[in-house]
Design a protein around this ligand. Sequence first.
Ligand code: T4K
Length: 375
Amino acid sequence: MAEQRKPARIYVTRPELPSLNEFIPYLQEIWDSKILTNGGPFHEKFEQKLCEYLGVKHIALFANATIGLVTALQALRITGEVITTPYSFVATAHSLLWNGIKPVFVDIDPETFNLDPDKIEAAITPQTTAIMPVHCYGHPCDVDGIRAIADTYGLKVIYDAAHAFGVRCHCGSVLTHGDLSVLSFHATKVFTTFEGGAIVCPDEKTRQRINYLKNFGFADEVTVVAPGINGKMSEFGAALGLLQLKGIDRALARRRAIDARYRAGLESVPGLRCPRPASETLANHAYFPILVQPGFPLSRDELYRKFRDHDIFARRYFYPLISDFPMYRGLPSAAHNNLPVARKLAEQVLCLPIYPDLPDDQVDRVVELLRGGGT
Ligand code: T4K
């Protein structure tokens, strides 16, 4: 009897990589030069090409976004309390704790999944020094609303832009907003250098300080200007990044096509909502969140488990809320009634698989399951 082939496992994401053959000449150069790190030639070239691609002026590369966030806070000498979102990956708030800063959680907007500017002012105290919003799923925050509040109260704004590679809003790259923006190039992101990240800076002076901080605080061979950390990206990561830039437009176009296919397939499924970024956004389709609402035959968690039974590994980004983890839940701002929108969305959200190599027939497999009410 012919063996029945099991459908392939579908993950929430898979990294987009160039062919190994294309990468070997880059590796050969590293092997020949024996320059592996500390700001080598690939590092310099990648920073320059990345600025050009993203439409920004100054970038400091990092080993990952988490160290980037920790360093961004150090660079701007942020202390006291920082207003942030509970609806994100834990690294956002952890970067505050690593600096001895108290996170103050503020609820999110039900359409954008991002900090609700209307709720920020009530959370400001004399100890507040900054706001750390997240462009969640790459959907831009209300950057103008946040800027207005920051200006009124003299606060800094550090955007966690881990999801926002290549995203453009009403006035160009979303990464030019705020005092600093931090990108992630982790394996699960739209643009990857295995691990990696970057801080987008407004001027060369700030970039210089960040460069000292990511290199133990060294300003030259014998001068240490701050208790810096080791946050440097290696030549391996920078070389891969340089090569990745060649394929990124094709990868983003494929993501766009998958996003459109999901939307067309799921348009009229009762109890499902597919949020999208504001219409003027040039999105990167980093994630495809759906909200499982009353009217759908299964609860979100039942659907999550049903998907797993079918070897489809959709993920509940971002459940649980950061404010529910043990190191945060004692904070007054983590109280249940302070974050009703974030709490509701965290109970309803499921991120569907989306990545450039995902074939149409697998997208259709996911859609069929949802159209059948998860059965
Ligand atoms: N701020 C925000 C808003 C973030 O979302 C993140 C990271 C950060 C800051 C910090 O950035 P980094 O310091 O990492 O640069 C993942 C990632 O580990 C994490 O980077 C990411 N956010 C978060 C949203 O998702 P997990 O626990 O879901 O990853 P994991 O290992 O379960 O991977 C998910 C799927 O991806 C796997 O089922 C298969 C696929 N995968 C994953 C890896 C690691 C691969 O195919 N290959 C791989 O190498 O956290």
